[in-house]
Design a protein around this ligand. Structure first.
Ligand SMILES: [Zn+2]
Length: 296
C-alpha cells in the first residue's frame, strides 16, 4: 500500500501537525479526573470542534483523541471494556472533518503501567493492549499511527510491534526527552543515539521527539537526531513546562516566544512539525506561516 503522506515527505514537503488535545479539552470543559477519551462518545461535538480548529489553522495532520486509549490507562476510569469503541470513535470523528488532501494520525501514548521486569505489566499484555487500540484506530480511518511520549525502549517496542502486526499504515514514533546533567535522555535514561538506533531497527517510517520541557530541549534533541539519521523527523514541543496558578495549569511559551526557535527547527530540515501540551491553534497558525515562508 502506498502512503500519500510518506510520498509527500519524500518529495520534500514539510507537514504541519496539530497542537495539544488534552489542554484544549480542559479549556472546553473537561474536568480534572475525567477521562479525555470518554468525550469521544459523550461530547463528540467538542472533540470535533478541536479537530476542526486545527485543520482551519493549517494543520496537514490532526491527531485523534486517543492518547490514553489503552486498557491499562482506561482502567483508571473503569472504562477498559470501552477501549475499542473509544479509539474507533476518536478516529471516525476526525475522519469526518478531515479536509481532502489532509490526514488523520492515530495517537497512541503509554499505558501508564510499568513493564516487566521492573513492573507488573508483561510485554505480551502491553502488545495486546496496543493491538486492540491500533485495530480500532485503523477501523476508524487513520492514515498513520503516532506512537508518542514514550520513555522506555520496552514499551515503545511493544507498541511498534503491535501496530505492525495489525496494519500496513506508516508509523511515526517519538520519545519524550529532558535535559539532565549528562545531556538529553528520557526519564528512564534512553539517550538520543539509543533512541534513533532502536527506532531504526524497529523499522519506523518517521522518528522524533514530543512533549517535554519546551522548545529549547526539542531543538537540541533534533540537532542530535539530524546528525544520526536520514529518516524523516517529527517534533512536537510543549509550550514550555506547565505551572499551576490559581489551580489552573498555565504554559508560558506563546507563539511569539517560540517563533525564532521554530525557524531554527525548520532550518534543521525537520519533516513534520507540531505542538504538544499547552500549544493551541494560534501556535499552529504561527508554524503554518513559517512553513509557508511568510513572516520570515
Ligand atoms: Zn505533551
Amino acid at each position: 500500500m502506498e502512503s500519500v503522506l510518506l510520498k509527500r515527505l519524500s518529495a520534500g514537503d514539510i507537514l504541519l501537525c496539530d497542537g495539544a488535545m488534552g489542554t484544549e479539552l480542559q479549556k472546553r470543559g473537561l474536568k480534572r479526573g475525567e477521562c479525555p477519551e470518554l468525550m469521544n462518545i459523550e461530547q463528540p461535538q467538542i472533540v470535533q470542534s478541536i479537530y476542526r480548529d486545527y485543520y482551519a489553522a493549517g494543520s496537514d495532520i490532526v491527531e485523534t483523541n486517543s492518547f490514553g486509549g489503552t486498557r491499562s490507562r482506561l482502567s483508571h476510569y473503569d472504562l477498559q471494556d470501552q477501549a475499542y469503541r473509544l479509539n474507533r470513535e476518536a478516529a471516525r470523528l476526525a475522519k469526518e472533518v478531515c479536509p481532502e488532501g489532509r490526514f488523520v494520525a492515530g495517537s497512541m501514548g503509554p499505558t501508564g503501567a510499568i513493564l516487566e521486569p521492573y513492573g507488573e505489566l508483561s510485554v505480551d499484555e502491553a502488545v495486546d493492549q496496543f493491538k486492540e487500540q491500533a485495530e480500532a484506530l485503523a477501523e476508524g480511518g487513520v492514515d498513520i499511527f503516532f506512537i508518542e511520549t514514550m520513555i522506555t525502549l520496552e514499551e515503545m517496542g511493544a507498541a511498534i510491534q503491535a501496530v505492525k502486526s495489525v496494519s500496513d499504515l506508516p508509523v511515526a514514533a517519538t520519545f519524550t526527552f529532558e535535559l539532565g546533567p549528562t545531556g538529553i535522555h528520557t526519564n528512564w535514561g534512553v539517550d538520543v543515539p539509543s533512541a534513533v538506533r532502536f527506532l531504526t531497527e524497529q523499522g519506523v517510517d518517521i522518528l522524533g521527539a514530543n512533549c517535554g520541557e519546551g522548545i529549547d530541549v526539542i531543538l537540541r534533541t533534533v540537532q542530535e537526531m539530524r546528525k544520526l539519521t536520514d529518516l524523516p523527523i517529527l517534533a512536537q514541543p510543549n509550550a514550555g513546562l506547565p505551572e499551576i496558578k490559581n489551580e489552573v495549569i498555565v504554559y508560558h511559551e506563546t507563539p511569539e516566544a517560540m517563533r525564532e526557535k521554530i525557524k531554527e527547527l525548520l532550518a534543521l530540515q525537520i519533516n513534520i512539525l507540531g505542538g504538544c501540551c499547552g500549544t493551541s491553534a494560534s501556535h499552529i497558525k504561527m508554524m503554518r506561516e513559517l512553513i509557508d515562508g511568510k513572516g520570515q
